[in-house]
Design a protein around this ligand. Sequence first.
Ligand code: SF4
Length: 221
Amino acid sequence: MTEPEVLLFLGDLARAWPDAQTELHYTTPFTLLVAVVLSAQATDASVNRVTPALFAAAPTPQAMAALGDEQVGELIRTIGLWRNKAKNVVALSRQLLAEHGGQIPHTREALEKLAGVGRKTANVVLNVAFNQPTVPVDTHVFRLANRSGLGRGRTVEAVEKKLEVRIPLPMMRDSHHWLILQGRYVCKARKPECWRCAAQQSCLYPDKTPLPRPKATRTGA
Ligand code: SF4
């Protein structure tokens, strides 16, 4: 995409998602970090179903570490990979207590050293909790960026680098939410819904989908 096309594309998404926010429920940087770790390969809705009880029992790293793997596992066992996630959540809580005074670090390097925290999770926490201009690339953003031409690349890192260069700094933080929501609900994995996409004018995807025809219904006796 050219610079004007990028601005047009992002402007259209901004209008489509004026109040875009993360769909994960959280109240503090710690609960956000835990929710994002739990959301790997799980839907936000499934995470939001387990976090009220988890955060009521363990709202702080101290409480989460004290709860331990087994009890955390009991509280999150309806989400995918719950055993590993329970271990990671308890381990990262212990790391926060031992290495960061129970606080969430503000740098990607320090966040990525925590159990279960990869680059995408670190970027989400920096963006959402600390207002830093990061562009986390999850499966939805990767697909949308490649289809639309906003930032094509074979790997998550390559796409992230392109987006960091192309997205103007003042739009970078919000674009995280616009891109995720657009990818999740409109530019869907199996078939994009281009006919109702706010950014179809500037999108470079060559096989845009038309409005589906209504199914024929039988008439008469
Ligand atoms: S026009 Fe289609 S392919 Fe392009 S971003 Fe929108 S939904 Fe995705």
